[in-house]
Design a protein around this ligand. Sequence first.
Ligand code: SF4
Ligand code: SF4
Length: 398
Amino acid sequence: MRTQLPEAFLATSQGQRANEILRACVHCGFCNATCPTYQVLGDERDGPRGRIYLMKEMFESGEPNLIASDHLDRCLTCRACETTCPSGVDYGELLEIGRATLEPKLQRSLMERMKRFFMLRLLPHPHRLARITAPVRWLRPLLPRRLRPLLPIASGKSVASSADDSTSVILLQGCVQRQLTPATNERLLNICQRLGLRAGFVADEGCCGGLALHLAEETHAQERMAATASALNEALPDDGVIVSSASGCGVTVKDYGRLLAGTVAAEDGARVAEATLDVAEFLLPYADQLTASQPQLRLAVQTPCTLQHGQKLPDVVTQILEAVGYELVSVSDPHLCCGSAGVYSVLQPKISSELAERKLAALNSEQPDVIVSANVGCQTHLAGRSKTPVKHWLELIE
Ligand code: SF4
Ligand code: SF4
């Protein structure tokens, strides 16, 4: 794609990167075929190719574009388009630049600003979230579906096993996961202990910054990422690993090398990113020592976009579940997003609901006993609507 970005923008690292990414796009449109929002809305501007054009126009004119803003807001950041693109266009990174450029110039409505303020001040803060959600957990089934993911699924209890000098496996708790689905952390710690691994959590692990990145709150995201990179780096021994059991957090932490480059936290970020693995990647070499906790169950696997498109690990969960003996049912269109996408279900409830219904229809088509996911956001989003139980896949492993 030919570009004519302003010199002032090209003089910045973001401008240079945006230019490189735009020029890699040959506007073939293959990506539209796998874009969930294009499938639901049928508008070229709600597909990746259209959004790339809109961003190019916006960068070239240097002006905020309110129409572009609506179409960029409707993007799930699922990155299915990256998986499909034959030219290797880094769409996710381009969108990050586009949103960061646009956001400070936008006049959002009061309601929009309130939603964003509430999510940014509550969700990444486990103690605040716990104080508000724990006493009203019983209200979950009575809430509108789009709000159910904000209340905990009543299972498990908070686990406390702090990393010390002997810990070689740092387990990421996830700020939302530790409150909404504590059974996942509990089970992972248990599995590591049974495998004889010295595993523990970092007590002052904060939010990875992914949520603020989703909201294009750049300063907030940088602060959160730097703080988390520093805490993890301090706890991480030589040859240690960091294991993420929420693929939405893992995809962000694995990208700290790029996201924190050029900042004071660059070194911490690069070391932490290098040491981070998704839990399925981490456990795969131990698969012959794991067993199925309920081998009679037939499972439908929902592979989160952050795992398959973000971390480029489409098959690791299914490999482990098959290795321990589970029967997995086939699921059509596994590349399509379930509509959770961080805070998307709150900001874009209609499209999010439509995608959740489509995803559940695909997951339930072979009548599985349980649906399993690898990310707390997808798990709670689908569980709020599903008659079939939705669990983290670790809960099915001994
Ligand atoms: S598939 Fe890739 S090259 Fe083709 S339009 Fe989409 S982003 Fe551009
Ligand atoms: S990230 Fe997902 S929703 Fe956004 S343009 Fe790409 S495929 Fe479509």
